[in-house]
Design a protein around this ligand. Structure first.
Ligand code: RIB
Ligand code: CA
Length: 313
């Protein structure tokens, strides 16, 4: 039976890779997309999510979510990474469809309640919608199968500060709520996404095999790859959001460590995901009685990229 998923997202070029990957995966049933601010405004994220359903020719509801962080001032959208349109400035026409008349958080609650124990939430952006769903209905934590999120970092450097990853930095209070709620969270952070390099050879082969979706991904990825090449002298881009989809399709691609994760919500360490490995105790109490998160620390990069290519081809 296909695994039921909701994707919470801020598309975003690598979000687009993840979403089209998920739509093509026979092991997954995408029940809906929920949107958040992050790479772009929530309005544009919603338009982009609808556009992705139209590119993939699937009928999947899109619910608009939070527009700003819960407790801090919003940070600027990173148009130097994803373009002003979130898709690398490729000037796509607006989508024909529209969002459903329900908030992202309410959609999450209603969908999880409709399929108790069966729904996995895959989060690809800041975590405000998940935190709001917990506020609306705390029991959803017991009814969700798993939360798999792209965000954070345990020992690798951050990408928006020496210690913070962008999705967590964009709403640290929401992230701390998600990591401390009584549901199974799997964190796919920079510890693993920085070990995987997606290059134009792979994207060209996908484009050749699947001109519609592969062509779109190739076109929007050029802006993203240019960013990585000019900023880090890399020949390709890190494989962030789509790693979550590979994880739910085949968790054996990753090696995980268990521990309690808390998020620093102020000071120069704001946005840091602070990982206390299972079995270690500390005089400071903040990690006591916090549920164990599965933190991905190892990845079989070749297997991951092969799964991405074959699924989309
Ligand atoms: O740090 C990488 C994350 O930030 C990805 O989710 C990317 O889409 C951006 O939102
Ligand atoms: Ca994202």
């Amino acid at each position: 039976m296909a695994r039921k998923i909701i994707i919470d997202t801020d598309p975003g070029i690598d979000d687009a890779m993840a979403i089209l990957f998920a739509f093509q995966a026979p092991q997954l049933e995408v029940l809906g997309l929920t949107t958040t601010f992050g790479n772009v405004s929530v309005d544009l994220a919603t338009q982009n999510a609808i556009k992705l359903t139209e590119i993939a020719q699937v009928t999947v509801p899109v619910a608009k979510g939070v527009a700003v962080p819960s407790h801090i001032a919003p940070r600027p959208h990173p148009d130097f990474v994803h373009g002003k349109d979130g898709f690398g400035n490729i000037n796509l026409p607006a989508p024909a469809g529209s969002a459903i008349d329900k908030s992202a958080a309410q959609f999450i609650v209603d969908t999880v309640r409709a399929f108790p124990g069966e729904v996995t939430i895959i989060a690809l952006g800041p975590l405000g919608n998940l935190a709001k769903a917990l506020e609306l209905d705390p029991e959803v934590a017991d009814l969700v199968d798993e939360v798999v999120l792209m965000g954070g970092t345990a020992i690798e450097y951050g990408n928006v500060s020496p210690v913070a990853e962008a999705n967590i930095m964009n709403d640290p209070h929401a992230a701390d709520k998600v990591f401390t709620a009584p549901w199974q969270v799997t964190m796919i952070g920079l510890d693993v996404t920085h070990q995987v390099l997606l290059d134009n050879d792979i994207l060209s082969r996908i484009k050749q095999a699947n001109p519609e979706e592969g062509g779109f991904l190739f076109d929007c990825a050029q802006y993203y790859i240019d960013f990585y090449s000019s900023r880090f002298d890399m020949n390709g881009c890190y494989f962030h959001d789509a790693s979550t989809i590979a994880y739910v399709m085949d968790p054996s691609i990753f090696g995980v460590e268990l521990g309690a994760v808390r998020v620093a919500c102020e000071g120069i360490g704001i946005g840091q995901t602070i990982f206390a490995p299972q079995g270690m105790s500390f005089p400071e109490p903040h990690w006591n009685d916090v549920p164990m998160t599965q933190v991905c620390m190892e990845v079989d990069s070749e297997k991951l990229l092969t799964l991405f290519e074959t699924t989309l081809s």
